[in-house]
Design a protein around this ligand. Structure first.
Ligand code: NAD
Length: 243
């Protein structure tokens, strides 16, 4: 493993335009469980019911139960960990130009990353689908204690700014992510199983445009074979040792 850390350090040293791509794994050490796997959130909440746009449009009660009992308490107390702060440190060194994240927890911004492209939205912002008023998680949690599903003062339906299954990714975010992936010299994956598309196309785009591809993930991924370096370890452990 030490040899791989030395190799990663050298790659970072040689790079001037690193794009970091993060998934649920980077936030697991902040206490936010990943979705997949035995202890994953989806083993308790079937995503076809609790995180589907079709079900949400017909009856948002399922989603808001999941938000109130599972998502809010966990995200509310989560703080960035060493991996998020190492990314900020590499941004200060002018190595990292951009973070692309599949996460909806807002921890990169909380740590201090200045350019974060959120492919799947952010659960901390909640919008009224009728009048577009924005609410914080705390405000909606207060409403939820009295009324589930919650509604806006205008009577409109509320929705977190996250992409549910069956919804399109925000087109501007995806386009911006494709551009930075094409132009980077090192594409660094941290804590993603790389099975959710179209997000998982981005490492391929980077690689096809002559970037190095490094994957730091505890489990194996389908893109390990095309990566220049794969480290199966904790993102916070490896990254903090590599800066
Ligand atoms: P995933 O759950 O499919 O995969 C997570 C990967 O992280 C796994 O392969 C696992 O081996 C690895 N991992 C776990 N702990 C790690 C650690 N400490 N260091 C390095 N690797 C670690 O997650 P995904 O690829 O991001 O895709 C799932 C989808 O779930 C995404 O769309 C994302 O929006 C969403 N999600 C987000 C959050 C969050 O915002 N924190 C949490 C759960 C799921």
């Amino acid at each position: 493993m030490d040899k791989k850390i030395i190799e990663l350090k050298e790659m970072i040293k040689q790079s001037e335009n690193i794009v970091v791509f993060t998934g649920a794994g980077i936030s697991s050490e902040s206490g936010i469980p990943t979705y997949r796997g035995e202890d994953g959130v989806w083993s308790k909440y079937d995503p076809k019911i609790y995180a589907s746009i079709n079900v949400f449009e017909q009856d948002s009660t399922y989603y808001w139960h999941y938000f109130k009992d599972e998502r809010y308490p966990i995200i509310k107390k989560a703080k960035p960990n060493k991996a998020h702060y190492s990314i900020v440190e590499l941004e200060k060194q002018r190595k990292i130009k951009c973070v692309i994240t599949q996460n909806i927890d807002g921890l990169h911004q909380m740590a201090g990353s200045s350019r974060v492209i959120e492919l799947h939205g952010n659960t901390r912002i909640i919008t009224c689908l009728k009048c577009n008023r924005k609410y914080s998680m705390d405000e909606v949690f207060s409403i939820l204690k009295k009324q589930l599903p919650p509604t806006c003062n205008c009577g409109g339906k509320l929705k977190t700014n996250t992409v549910l299954f069956g919804e399109q990714l925000p087109i501007n975010a995806l386009e911006e992510a494709e551009i930075v992936s094409k132009n980077c010299d090192l594409f660094l994956v941290l804590g993603s199983s790389l099975v959710v598309y179209p997000a998982a196309n981005l490492p391929i785009i980077a690689k096809n445009n002559n970037s190095f591809l490094v994957i730091i993930n505890i489990g194996a991924t389908p893109l390990d074979d095309i990566a220049d370096l794969v480290i199966n370890d904790s993102a916070s452990n490896i990254l903090s040792k590599s800066i």
